[in-house]
Design a binder for this molecule. Structure first.
Ligand SMILES: [Zn+2]
Length: 326
């Protein structure tokens, strides 16, 4: 061999990329005829450059596709916006001509903003589409409620706005939380955060309703019943997320909790309404269904069905864990 392996191996990358001189090429060709080690390295380098080229090509195709998609979305967004300006201008002229001032025009304008928030916003945003769409939808719905409230001389804005905002938060919090930049210690407790926000949302609806209706004794009834009702979702979330047992056993615990919770809900309602005399469970009589025994009978049915489902899940969990071990 005229040249040693080190010299040839230095030349290999240039050889693969086809940027070495003719003379170097001949040296490499002659060397790999006789040296299986360098030949192997050349093959490996060739494979790697093919993979690299393929991935570069894929990136390029993706980029072009994304550019095309973006162009198309912007085009559709522009056409939709142009279509929306027609009713806006027509309503502006009509409102000015008929009323000599702008009033109901703002209701049309904010209604179209609601429409735009779910059609144009997702088309023109690149990152966090869902957050932008949800945010603009919420703001435009609140603006619509506000303008209608002003137009009708109402004082009901907050009683409409609070449940709408709270309802949207409850529905979309699980999606929103995934896109929020959370500090490290909170990242593993997303379920807990969602529950906290949902609980705050529920109490804000209760507070808004109480402030609006000013019904005497409202707080003494609404707060205890709502608080008792919140126990169930909290118990389910905490069990499902934090109790370190298998899924089947968790299901069993949740089934038991649901059974017991539903069995006592009537007692809590009667207690808060001042109509409680005796636990419903103690009034039960399965041979005699009437106004007095119905609640107790149903309460026992809740406990029995909750326990039966829990037992089935526990047995299934036991069998599953045994077969897994075997
Ligand atoms: Zn060699």
């Amino acid at each position: 061999m005229k040249y040693n392996c080190e010299v040839v191996q230095d030349l290999l990358p240039l050889y693969v990329d086809n940027i070495c001189s003719m003379q170097s090429r001949e040296i490499v060709d002659a060397h790999i005829e006789e040296c299986p080690r360098c030949k192997e390295q050349l093959t490996a380098l060739g494979d790697r450059s093919v993979t690299q080229e393929l991935s570069q090509e894929r990136d390029g195709v993706l980029k072009t596709h994304m550019k095309k998609e973006k162009k198309r979305s912007t085009m559709i967004a522009m056409i939709t916006s142009a279509c929306l300006t027609v009713p806006i201008i027509v309503c502006l002229i009509c409102n000015l001509a008929v009323g000599h001032a702008l009033d109901w025009f703002f209701i049309v304008l904010t209604s179209l903003l609601v429409f735009a928030s779910v059609t144009i916003v997702p088309l023109v945003t690149c990152d966090n589409k869902l957050l932008w769409t949800l945010g603009s939808f919420t703001v435009s719905v609140l603006a619509l409620l506000g303008t209608i409230c002003i137009y009708t001389n109402g004082n009901w804005f907050y009683i409409a706005a609070v449940p709408v905002t709270a309802g949207l938060l409850i529905c979309f919090m699980p999606y929103i939380i995934r896109h929020l930049p959370l500090p490290a210690f909170l990242r593993n407790h997303k379920a807990l955060l969602v529950m906290l926000v949902d609980t705050a949302a529920v109490y804000s609806i209760i507070a808004a309703a109480g402030l609006y209706t000013r019904y005497p004794g409202y707080w003494d009834i609404a707060v205890p019943i709502a608080s008792f009702c919140m126990i169930l979702p909290w118990a389910i979330v905490l069990t499902a997320r934090y109790i370190p047992i298998s899924k089947m056993y968790r299901g069993a615990v949740i089934s038991l909790i649901c059974g017991v919770f539903c069995a006592f809900i009537n007692d809590v309602a009667e207690l808060t309404l001042g109509e409680f005399d005796k636990l419903n469970l103690l009034k039960a009589d399965f041979s005699n269904w009437n106004y007095y025994t119905n609640n107790g009978n149903v309460a026992w049915l809740f406990i029995i069905s909750g326990t039966v489902i829990a037992l089935i899940l526990a047995v299934a969990g036991r069998i599953l864990s045994k077969t897994k071990r075997n």
